[in-house]
Design a protein around this ligand. Structure first.
Ligand code: GLC
Length: 751
């Protein structure tokens, strides 16, 4: 077996023990070490570091050319491998890289650990509905500890794409429609994944994606064109990326889409100008799967040669499965189109990351079968997943307080294709999660109720076909019970990547099943299991209780049962608007006023003839088993200067019979500005617990910087004038007051 060469040993020793030639420049020690390694690397080995391959046949994108991966690794031509996991499996491959390649540079293993590794948490859109930043951070931390124990160094998460269009299947993967909530969650996920020390064996490198504006695909069709103003890009789609970078995200992934005519993967404006220069991002940029090559299909690159040129010039440091850098960079160099420094810059960013992960010091530190067996599906992790799932559930309707149910109820009929379903409830992008570990809704209910309760089950129909042959059995089952719990929704593959839907009704014949069940006259509680907002208009009018449970992961059944039977009072709030109809899309709360805002019973105004302008369920909406009253909105001052801070307070009272959590939301409106501003913008929120009858004063502090926006010249500016403040329980139900930002000698400032 070819041993690592003497050169390689010297390089690794230099990198490991930090014995470096004294360098009087202001470079830090790591950079000096890396420079010394670079000097020993051949061009082929440098290009290897910027090349990432997927492990055999575990494709999360279009098929690539089959290669002999082990041989490529021995030849020093592979810097990263994705989709391989397992302490033993990664150890075998790392051993080849470290002991059989000339320089022994360790590989970085990446995987989509989006909402858990083995213990699966709610889909990210569900977690966002919790508005519980600490819980979301803990979820990411647990995912990181399990993935790291299985040999993973790098997750392709958090996905922070703002999504205003539920036709887009990847809405399930992000934090919904709002830039402020999205930014808070993006930072929390980065902190959770990376912790305070990337070399800690329980932390993994984050990769904030998909840069940028992937969620703005026209018509919600995945990979489709994105054409938005620069103000919308900076004001709506970039804030979560900026928050993730500010939180220390070590890598960024470019998106498939073009942005205003330029594919993001070839965009010097996005990558070099904004990310690397303006935001001072020091990590590395990886293309999404084959996205470099896809610049040809976009009609932006003539061939692979040009595609490689545009990508390296734009600042893409690693080629995921495009197999373009591995072939074209040397040609571009030989033709003097690029310099070796272009390649070195990318290699340095990648090597610096491998050093920060501790891979040079101990390439096998993440390959511990002992930790893998100890941590995966650890009971503490399952309990955390159950808690996160409970908090993610949104109570949309509860007519006559039909919920919570009594655990001693005589009989329940649990009906629907999602009732005794395991595989769909872990959702898309569920890493190494398995359906066999899922607690189904039926199992959760059975374990919750008294032994005397009769729990009946009927599937009723399939998720997505026209077969109604199971209806009869379902109706007969329903007739035997006091109450019906209908578990309906989408399969895991109906949301996620390449899963856009043009209709947003319950798929198949599920709506028909609900109508037939409704004819029995029994009270029905709908438990929705879905990866996106659906059109629930009929249901909202005819069904007394509706729980939005998203796709909750391994602990689904226990979490939903905790809520159904009152062991947890639902506290979730929608992170995304639910439309009346597909024709209303895109509908979102932070819309503009227009010159003819909607006025009831007025013809010439911006409205529909057949539905309201407002969504069926608005951003920030969610009920509780108790009620809350807001009163006495006060400001500490009603005129402020640009250097002042503003303190807004409000009283919240729990006016119901049971303790509950409420997420208080603060929005602003810049009433008149040099560019029109949204009618509301979320700027703060707080989730608090109130006992029955308890009243609290809650305060928020704002600074003038919270009032700014990107103006016509693309400068972040704060303009004097009248502002509104809204505080309330959701984006439509608020108290409001005004204040004035006084003129000042304020110049346009760059944020
Ligand atoms: C996919 C996705 C991206 C993922 C990558 C690796 O195509 O777009 O989100 O991280 O490939 O699986």
């Amino acid at each position: 077996m070819k041993k690592i060469s003497l050169v390689g040993i010297i390089c690794l020793v230099l990198l490991n023990i930090g014995v470096i030639a004294q360098d009087n420049s202001n470079k830090n020690k790591t950079d000096v070490r890396i420079d010394s390694l670079l000097q020993h690397m051949t061009l082929e080995e440098k290009i290897g570091q910027v090349t990432q391959y997927a492990w055999h046949m575990t494709m999360t994108g279009p098929e690539g050319k089959e290669i002999d991966l082990q041989q490529e690794i021995k030849n020093g031509k592979v810097g990263s491998v994705l989709n391989l996991s397992g302490a033993d499996e990664t150890y075998e491959i790392q051993k080849i890289a470290v002991e059989q390649s000339r320089l022994g540079i360790p590989i970085i293993f990446g995987l989509d650990v989006i909402h858990g590794y083995k213990t699966i948490f709610p889909i990210p859109l569900g977690e966002a509905a919790s508005w519980d930043i600490d819980a979301i951070e803990r979820s990411a931390r647990i995912a990181a500890s399990e993935a790291a124990a299985a040999g993973i160094h790098w997750t392709f998460a958090p996905m922070v794409d703002i999504a205003r269009d539920p036709r887009w299947g990847r809405i399930m993967e992000g934090a919904g429609e709002d830039p402020y909530l999205g930014a808070c969650i993006a930072a929390a996920r980065v902190r959770g994944f990376q912790g305070n020390d990337l070399s800690d064996p329980n932390t993994i490198l984050a990769c904030v994606k998909h840069y940028a504006a992937y969620g703005a695909a026209i018509a919600g069709r995945d990979y489709n064109t994105v054409d938005i103003s620069r103000q919308t890009l900076r004001g709506i789609y970039l804030p979560p990326f900026k928050a993730a970078v500010d939180a220390g995200a070590g890598s960024v992934m470019t998106s498939f889409n073009e942005l205003n005519g330029i594919p993001a993967t070839g965009s010097d404006f996005l990558i070099n100008e904004i990310l690397k220069n303006h935001w001072n991002f020091k990590g590395f940029v990886v293309s999404d799967w084959n996205a470099i090559r896809e610049m040809i299909a976009h009609g932006f690159a003539k061939d692979t040669y040009e595609a490689a040129l545009y990508a390296i010039h734009a600042g893409v440091d690693m080629d995921m499965m495009g197999m373009i850098y591995s072939t074209e960079l040397s040609n571009l160099l030989n033709d003097n189109i690029i310099t070796e420094n272009n390649i070195d810059e990318a290699v340095k960013r990648i090597l610096r990351t491998k050093v920060s992960l501790g891979l040079f010091r101990d390439p096998y530190k993440y390959c511990s079968t002992k930790r893998e067996h100890e941590l995966l599906l650890h009971p503490d992790h399952c309990e955390a997943a159950r808690d996160m799932a409970r908090k993610s559930i949104v109570l949309l309707k509860n007519e006559n307080n039909v919920l919570p149910l009594n655990k001693n109820i005589k009989s329940i009929a649990v009906i629907g294709p999602l009732a005794d379903n395991k595989d769909d409830l872990i959702g898309s992008w569920s890493a190494r999660g398995e359906g066999k570990d899922v607690i189904t809704l039926l199992a959760g209910i059975k374990s919750k109720v008294s032994p005397k309760t009769k729990v009946l089950f009927a599937k009723g129909c399939n998720i997505n076909d026209e077969d109604t042959s199971l209806f009869k059995k379902a109706i007969e089952t329903a007739e035997q019970a006091e109450i019906i719990i209908a578990a309906v929704g989408e399969s895991r593959d109906m949301s996620g990547e390449a899963a856009s839907r043009a209709y947003l009704d319950l798929p198949g014949v599920q709506n028909q099943l609900l109508r037939e069940l409704n004819k029995t006259g029994k009270p029905i509680i709908v438990v929705l299991a879905n990866g996106r907002p659906l059109v629930l208009t009929w249901m909202s009018e005819h069904i007394p209780a509706i729980l939005e449970t998203w796709l909750l992961g391994t602990q689904t059944g226990h979490a939903v049962a905790d809520v159904l039977f009152g062991d947890y009072n639902p506290s979730g709030k929608l992170p995304v608007s639910f439309p009346y109809a597909v024709g209303q899309i895109p509908v979102y709360y932070n819309h503009k006023s227009t010159g003819r805002p909607e006025v009831q019973n007025t013809r010439y105004c911006s409205k529909y003839l057949d539905i309201p302008n407002k969504p069926l369920y608005p951003f920030g909406y969610g009920l509780s088993y108790t009620t809350f009253a807001y009163s006495d909105l006060q400001l500490n001052k009603y005129e402020i200067l640009v250097n002042d801070t503003l303190y807004a307070s409000i009283n919240i009272k729990n006016t119901g019979e049971t303790a509950g959590e409420e997420t208080i939301q603060l929005y602003i409106r810049d009433v008149v500005a040099s560019l029109t501003r949204p009618v509301k913008e979320l700027k703060r929120f707080k989730k608090i617990m109130l006992d029955a009858g308890e009243c609290k004063e809650i305060g928020f502090t704002l600074s003038a910087a919270d009032l700014g926006f990107y103006n016509q010249n693309m400068n972040y500016t704060i303009e004097p004038g009248k502002f509104k403040i809204f505080i309330g329980t959701n984006s439509e139900n608020t108290l409001e007051t005004d204040f004035v930002l006084l003129p000042d000698s304020l110049s346009e400032t760059e944020k």
